[in-house]
Design a protein around this ligand. Structure first.
Ligand SMILES: NC(=O)c1ccc[n+]([C@@H]2O[C@H](COP(=O)([O-])OP(=O)(O)OC[C@H]3O[C@@H](n4cnc5c(N)ncnc54)[C@H](OP(=O)(O)O)[C@@H]3O)[C@@H](O)[C@H]2O)c1
Length: 301
């Protein structure tokens, strides 16, 4: 495959789209943003923006001449993914990066997540089918595990209250999980587009760190130079509260059950890949330690 130069991104102002767009620009790609016709998203100066309706016909016109398309649309836009893929193929786009950025197709999720997973898989299957019929169209899914610096700041349920300097440790606090920083997520997209042959038609698995709550707590204490208050809870309570909310149709169940999956003892459910088995080295993603993560989080909080 010839080198990828022209890259279009959907969802460029989102949680992950922002660092991905910055990484693409920094890496020297010729970046264009596609956005919904009525979007109120704000984009960085100097990047061309195409506003369009998300029909296959209009998206195809917008995608002509692009080498690659990156979909980083939020969960609300799962249903438009197939149209993006169909339009990318029709426009002659060589690589489509799927809207994944989660735990990947083999992930052993709780049954409560199966409906969401099935919706996402429709687009993944579409890309796979098209690539088999048309070898000029290729795809990559990027699995990142826990978006660690972003998630630690955003979700106190993960156990770290940055303002109060207090931690909620579930069970023994020793279960490890893998995560990728926002910078690592941006680099993963850049790495895939720089290595199109090695990353064609598969899910890559990336990570910046494998870490436990105890290791993060120690790191936060070192980085802030003070002891943190420690409270205790259990993943069993999280599972029960998440399932109750789910059954009652109440909000908040997703976060409870996601954090349960992260820390459930002895399951290693959320270790996406060992350092050696992951694609982090191929894609030039820096391996961080707990202190690095604590510093990034405290600095930006
Ligand atoms: N691993 C994890 O724990 C984790 C955490 C968060 C997200 N993710 C995944 O990462 C991906 C991106 O999520 P995000 O949080 O970055 O997204 P986001 O910030 O919620 O949204 C990104 C962009 O999606 C577009 N969008 C929103 N609703 C849409 C709709 N109905 N139709 C079409 N476009 C729509 C908007 O772009 P415009 O305004 O420009 O149109 C928006 O700025 C998703 O696949 C998400 O599931 C994973």
């Amino acid at each position: 495959m010839s080198a990828i130069k022209k890259v279009v991104i959907f969802g460029a102002a989102g949680n992950f789209g922002t660092p991905i767009t910055a990484a693409l620009v920094k890496a020297g790609f010729d970046v264009t943003i596609i956005t919904r016709i009525n979007s109120s998203s704000k984009f960085p100066d100097g990047i061309p923006v195409i506003r369009t309706e998300y029909t296959v016909e209009k998206l195809t016109a917008a995608l002509v001449g692009q080498d690659a398309a990156v979909s980083v649309i939020g969960p609300a836009g799962i249903s438009v993914q197939v149209a993006l893929i169909d339009a990318a193929e029709a426009a002659g786009v060589k690589r489509f990066i799927l809207d994944e950025f989660g735990w990947g197709p083999g992930f052993l999720s709780l049954p409560e997540f199966h409906d969401i997973g099935a919706q996402r898989r429709v687009a993944w299957d579409r890309a796979k089918d098209i690539s088999q019929a048309n070898p000029k169209f290729t795809w990559t899914g990027i699995s990142i595990g826990n978006p660690i610096d972003w998630a630690l700041k955003r979700f106190p349920t993960m156990g770290f209250d940055l303002k109060q300097r207090s931690a909620l440790i579930y069970d023994e606090g020793s279960e490890t999980f893998t995560g990728t920083t926002l910078e690592g997520i941006g680099q993963a997209v850049v790495g895939v587009l720089k290595r199109p042959e090695e990353t064609a038609n598969r899910f890559v698995r990336v990570r910046s760190i494998q870490v436990s709550q105890n290791q993060l707590l120690e790191a936060f204490q070192r980085v802030t130079g003070q002891p943190w208050e420690v409270k205790r809870s259990s993943t069993k309570d999280l599972l029960e509260s998440g399932r109750k909310k789910h059954q009652e149709g109440a909000g908040g169940w997703i976060l409870d059950l996601l954090v349960y999956q992260l820390y459930a003892p002895g399951e290693a459910r959320c270790v996406l890949a060992s350092k050696e088995d992951s694609d982090a080295q191929l894609l030039e993603i820096i391996e961080e330690n707990a202190d690095d993560i604590a510093q990034i989080v405290i600095r930006s909080a």
